[in-house]
Design a protein around this ligand. Structure first.
Ligand SMILES: [Ca+2]
Length: 495
C-alpha cells in the first residue's frame, strides 16, 4: 500500500469510527484524558446531590449538575482492597482472588491480568497517582511501577520517577489529641491504632497543613503541567476522608451542630431475624471500637463525618476548578467515586463490612465532555466492575482482561434506558448478595452471620430491618432471588 492509499485507508477508518460514535450519540472520546477522584469509606447518602439536606457539598453538587450522577451504583466488595482491585481490573472478586484487605494483590491476581493504569500506560497515556489508589503499595508494587509520577504516596521498590512537584513544610502534630505511634508493633500499637480510629472532631491543624488539602494542591499543580505538555493523561487523586478518624479542620467541624443531627434509622429494636446481630451489638472495627456510642456521641460522630465530607468537597472543588481554568474540562473524562459505603449508625453499625445497602451503594458521578445525558441522574443499576469496560469503550482500547462488567456508555447518552436487572456483591468467602429493584437477598456460607439467609423487601423496608426469608408470603420471591444469585451476574445483563 502506498502513502496515499494509507492516508485514504486511515481517513476511511476514522470516518467509520466517527460514524459509529455518532450513532452511539457520543462525541469522539478516544483522545480524552482521564481524571479519577477516589475517596474512602463514603456513605452515598451524605451528598447534597444525593438528597442530603444537612451536609453541605456545593462543589460536588455543581459538578453533578453537569455530569451523569448514578443514583443506583454498587461496589463489588465491602472493603478497600477487594473493591479497588475489582474496579481497577474490571473483574469480580472471585476472579481477582483478592478477597480481603490482607490479600496481596501481586500474588493473587491471575497471570496476565492488568490494572487500569497498566492498560492506559500501554496505550501511551502519561500516568500519575496522588495518594492511595491501590490498597497499599506493598500489595500492588508491579501496578504502581507503571506510574510516570507518584505524589504523596509511598513509591514501589525501584521506582525512578521525578521528585515532588510541590514541597510542603512538615506538619506540627496536635500532640495532646494525636500522640505519635509507639515504637513496638504489639498490643501497645493495636491500642494506639484503635484510639486513633476512635477519634472524631477538630483535627487541630488548619486545612492548608492537611494531607487531603495538599493532595488537591498537588493535583492542581500537575493539571497545570499537563495543560502545557498536552500529553494524554490518566490522573488518579485520592482523599483519605471520610475514612476514620473522623477529624477535620475546625472550620468544617464548626459547620455542623450535633443537636440538629437526627437519629440514625434502623434502630436495634426494629431488626427482625437480622443476620448481623452480634456485630450490631458489639464493637465496630472503624469507630466506637470499644463500646457502642451514647446518643450524644452518635450525633457528634455524624456531624464530624459531615465535616469530613465538606472538607473533601472543598478539595475536590479546587481540583475541578483548576481543570476548568486550564481548559482541560473539555477533553477530560472525570470519574468521582467512593470506594465502598459506610454505616453511620443505622443498624447500630459504624463501619463497612456488611452486605447491606449502606455498604454496597456508592457515590458515583461521571462526566464525559459532550455526553447527552450530562446533567441527569441515572436510576439504572451500574456496578464498579463496569468502569474498566466503559473506559475501554470510550478510549477505544482492548482491556485484554476477560472483563466481567459492561460498558455503561449507552447510559451516558440516554440515562433512562433500561439496563441491568440486578447488582452483585461478594465477600469472596461464599457470602453473596444480589439486589434487584424490589429486593435484596443475602446468603452466608462463611458462618459469620447469625442467620444464613436474609431477604428484604426494599419497597416496604428500604433500611433492611425485617428479614422475610422464611415468610411464606415471600416464598416465590425467595426462590426467584436465589436463582438469580446462583445464576450470577451474566443473568442480569441489559438486553
Ligand atoms: Ca475504603
Amino acid at each position: 500500500m502506498n502513502t496515499r492509499s494509507l492516508v485514504l485507508a486511515g481517513a476511511l477508518a476514522a470516518l467509520l469510527a466517527a460514524g459509529a460514535r455518532a450513532a452511539d450519540g457520543l462525541p469522539d472520546t478516544s483522545k480524552m484524558n482521564v481524571l479519577l477522584i477516589d475517596i474512602e469509606d463514603c456513605n452515598a447518602g451524605v451528598w447534597g446531590c444525593y438528597g442530603n439536606e444537612i451536609c453541605k457539598t456545593p462543589n460536588l453538587d455543581r459538578f453533578a449538575a453537569g455530569a451523569v450522577r448514578f443514583e443506583s451504583a454498587y461496589c463489588q466488595a465491602f472493603c478497600c482492597n477487594p473493591t479497588r482491585t475489582s474496579f481497577l481490573t474490571g473483574l469480580r472478586p472471585p476472579s481477582t482472588r483478592v478477597l480481603s484487605n490482607g490479600d496481596v494483590m501481586n500474588k493473587h491476581l491471575p497471570a496476565g491480568v492488568l490494572t487500569l493504569p497498566e492498560m492506559l500506560k500501554s496505550q501511551g497515556f502519561y500516568t500519575a497517582d496522588i495518594g492511595k489508589l491501590f490498597h497499599t503499595v506493598d500489595y500492588a508494587e508491579r501496578q504502581m511501577a507503571t506510574f510516570d509520577r507518584i505524589e504523596l504516596y509511598d513509591k514501589p521498590a525501584g521506582w525512578k520517577g521525578p521528585g515532588p512537584i510541590l514541597t510542603f513544610p512538615p506538619v506540627a502534630r496536635a500532640r495532646a489529641a494525636n500522640p505519635p505511634p509507639p515504637k513496638s508493633k504489639g498490643k501497645e500499637f493495636a491500642t494506639w491504632r484503635r484510639k486513633q480510629s476512635d477519634r472524631y472532631g477538630d483535627s487541630g491543624i488548619p486545612a492548608e497543613q492537611d494531607g487531603d488539602y495538599r493532595k488537591a494542591q498537588v493535583a492542581s499543580a500537575l493539571l497545570k503541567e499537563f495543560a502545557k505538555s498536552k500529553k494524554q493523561f490518566f490522573l488518579a487523586v485520592a482523599q483519605s476522608r471520610p475514612h476514620t478518624p473522623l477529624i477535620a479542620p475546625k472550620k468544617y467541624i464548626e459547620m455542623y451542630d450535633p443537636a440538629k443531627i437526627p437519629e440514625p434509622p434502623a434502630p436495634l429494636a426494629s431488626l427482625k431475624k437480622f443476620p448481623y446481630m452480634k456485630r450490631a451489638t458489639g464493637g465496630n472495627p472503624d469507630i466506637f471500637t470499644q463500646q457502642q456510642p451514647t446518643p450524644q456521641q452518635v450525633r457528634e460522630a455524624i456531624a464530624a463525618y459531615y465535616a469530613c465530607v465538606s472538607f473533601v468537597d472543598d478539595n475536590v472543588g479546587m481540583i475541578l476548578d483548576t481543570l476548568a481554568q486550564e481548559g482541560l474540562d473539555k477533553n477530560t473524562i472525570v470519574i468521582f467515586l467512593g470506594d465502598h459505603g459506610f454505616h453511620l449508625g443505622d443498624h447500630q453499625f459504624w463501619s463497612k463490612y456488611s452486605m447491606l445497602e449502606a455498604t454496597r451503594r456508592v457515590v458515583f458521578i461521571v462526566r464525559v465532555p459532550g455526553a447527552p445525558a450530562n446533567g441527569q441522574a441515572c436510576r439504572e443499576f451500574v456496578e464498579f466492575v463496569d468502569i474498566v469496560p466503559t473506559l475501554a469503550d470510550l478510549l477505544k482500547f482492548d482491556a485484554k482482561n476477560a472483563l466481567e462488567g459492561t460498558s455503561f456508555a449507552p447510559l451516558l447518552v440516554n440515562a433512562a434506558r433500561p439496563w441491568k436487572r440486578a447488582v452483585f456483591m461478594t465477600d469472596g468467602n461464599g457470602d453473596n448478595v444480589v439486589r434487584t429493584r424490589q429486593y435484596s437477598y443475602l446468603e452466608f456460607k462463611s458462618g459469620k452471620a447469625d442467620v444464613p439467609t436474609a431477604l428484604y423487601d426494599l419497597q416496604r423496608d428500604p433500611w433492611e430491618t425485617v428479614n422475610v426469608a422464611d415468610d411464606p408470603a415471600y416464598a416465590a420471591a425467595r426462590k426467584e432471588l436465589a436463582e438469580l444469585l446462583h445464576g450470577g451476574w451474566k443473568a442480569a445483563l441489559p438486553k
